[in-house]
Design a protein around this ligand. Structure first.
Ligand SMILES: CC(C)(COP(=O)(O)OP(=O)(O)OC[C@H]1O[C@@H](n2cnc3c(N)ncnc32)[C@H](O)[C@@H]1OP(=O)(O)O)[C@@H](O)C(=O)NCCC(=O)NCCS
Length: 332
């Protein structure tokens, strides 16, 4: 049975590193608090005028095309997961990326599913591959989270970082996406929200004076729900596949908080060696976090052809899900 395989993977992190110590000069906090509560030591920030999230995905997509020997005209579809699009509405960040890389005529669109975005992309790519509509699909994540962080809010500023990632998805009879469980429930909308900038609250002096152009998060509530929904999605996948821990080589969850990752690991009874975690030096890069973590693990030689990987993510909405896949011959 044909599967959607990740045959190329890359990521990009901007040069500037924002350390906990530097954050402590901006808001009342310290390295010890941030490290023990979140596991984050530093995050990358995209600096400079006139650069949107696309600037983080373009290098990753270019690298994937080069490493896999794919010409821009071969790409049939480009899906970009982003919660921080270059423009509030038009055009899509996918179209900006496609233009920069001379990808002409492909189906290009954005997915706004917050931190679960990469899993949403993967499920959609799988549907296109299984149906036979497309055979070469680029999925990417572009997240300039720093553009909506309140520099005065110590409860959100330490958490997020900027980053991009990209994957080439192609059909394979052998390896690829095996099981997907993807969900959303808008009952969580108000707990993690970026109010101003869209049609509900267009930019105005009044909205900006109220800091509505920054994200708001009810951290404790989000934390609890992240653990509940990620572990339930993992259980769903494991039940459907009749999987035990022996069927899982690697667990890679959304990198939101080390303690959330730890809760998912405990739920699976997995040893620490099976968990892919890079939150200490990347922070929460929203939809880019899973592909960045996977690519770093692959670069470290951890991921081998045939390895069985369990992914899990959670984000604003709420959106959440889990995917079980087998690692293909992936160019990194
Ligand atoms: C944000 C988060 C780290 C806060 O950790 P927490 O243990 O829940 O901490 P609390 O919010 O209960 O705050 C405890 C205290 O620390 C304070 N505090 C918050 N941020 C702080 C900081 N950066 N430095 C120092 N103190 C801080 C709070 O003001 C509070 O003080 P108080 O008790 O005097 O009111 C945690 O809730 C979290 O990670 N939530 C999920 C975030 C997330 O992953 N979001 C994305 C999901 S995709």
């Amino acid at each position: 049975m044909v599967k959607a395989a990740i045959t190329g993977l890359s990521h990009y992190l901007p040069d500037y590193i924002l350390t906990n110590d530097e954050i402590a000069t901006m808001v009342e906090t310290n390295d010890e608090w941030i490290t023990t509560r979140t596991g984050i030591k530093e995050r990358h920030i995209l600096k400079g005028e006139g650069k949107g999230s696309s600037a983080l995905a373009i290098p990753a997509v270019r690298d994937v095309l080069e490493k896999t020997g794919t010409a821009p005209e071969e790409v049939e579809c480009l899906i970009c997961a982003t919660s921080s699009p270059d423009y509030a509405a038009w055009p899509s960040t996918a179209c900006v990326i496609a233009d920069a890389l001379n990808i002409r005529g492909a189906m290009c669109y954005d997915i706004l599913s917050a931190c679960t975005g990469f899993l949403y992309c993967l499920q959609q790519a799988q549907a296109f591959i299984k149906s036979g509509i497309y055979k070469k699909i680029i999925i990417c994540s572009a997240e300039k989270c720093s553009s909506f962080m309140n520099p005065k809010d110590r409860t959100t500023l330490p958490l997020f970082g900027d980053g991009g990632a990209a994957a080439l998805i192609e059909p394979s009879e052998e390896y690829g996406v095996e099981i997907t469980k993807i969900h959303a429930d808008g009952a969580g909308n108000d707990h993690l929200i970026h109010v101003c900038g869209g049609s509900f609250c267009p930019p105005s002096h009044e909205a900006i004076d109220k800091d509505l152009h920054y994200i708001f998060q009810d951290g404790k509530y989000v934390f609890k729900n992240a653990v509940t929904f990620m572990t339930s999605a993992v259980s769903e996948v494991m039940e459907e596949g009749h999987l035990t821990l022996d069927d899982i080589d690697w667990i890679c969850t959304h990198q939101a908080n080390k303690r959330i990752i730890e809760s998912v690991r405990e739920h699976c009874n997995a040893p620490e060696e099976k968990v892919i975690c890079n939150i200490d030096h990347v922070g929460n890069t929203s939809s880019a976090s899973i592909p960045i973590a996977l690519h770093e693990a692959a670069q470290q030689g951890k991921l081998k052809k045939g390895d069985r990987i369990l992914l899990a993510a959670f984000g604003s909405g709420f959106t959440w899900g889990s995917i079980y896949l087998t690692w293909a011959d992936c160019k990194i």
